[in-house]
Ligand binder design. Structure first.
Ligand SMILES: CC(C)(COP(=O)(O)OP(=O)(O)OC[C@H]1O[C@@H](n2cnc3c(N)ncnc32)[C@H](O)[C@@H]1OP(=O)(O)O)[C@@H](O)C(=O)NCCC(=O)NCCS
Length: 91
């Protein structure tokens, strides 16, 4: 049987309450609760922007370790509309 992995998304603290340890507490508490409710889950994954220093600090403090990096690319849809560059995607 494969390993059970949970995903966690979208941690947020209101600006006026940041810097007081709330996010660290939430993530630590959430992980403990997850383990209580779903003991077969072996790990938790999160995706974080590598420029989001506060979130990276929180994740490190709670015990998350970098396992993989992902490159996101983006194109404006205006460039795709009927222009000369419109054609089959090549990757
Ligand atoms: C990320 C976020 C949830 C952190 O909430 P928080 O309650 O302020 O977090 P904590 O107080 O528990 O910890 C913040 C940590 O970031 C560090 N930090 C804050 N600003 C920093 C900066 N500019 N550079 C480096 N570290 C920074 C603090 O020193 C602290 O780490 P430490 O305890 O080791 O000193 C909050 O900033 C937020 O809601 N941001 C907007 C939403 C977001 O980006 N969410 C993540 C995407 S899912």
């Amino acid at each position: 049987m494969g390993r059970w992995v949970a995903e966690q998304h979208d941690t947020a603290v209101l600006p006026e309450h940041r810097g007081g340890g709330l996010a660290r507490w939430m993530k630590a508490r959430q992980t403990l609760r997850l383990h209580e409710l779903f003991p077969t889950v072996e790990s938790v994954t999160v995706t974080v922007n590598q420029q989001d220093a506060p979130m990276l600090a929180v994740n490190r403090a709670v015990g998350y370790r970098l396992v993989r990096e992902r490159l996101l690319v983006e194109v404006s849809t205006h460039r795709l509309k009927g222009g000369p560059r419109c054609g089959p995607a090549r990757g």
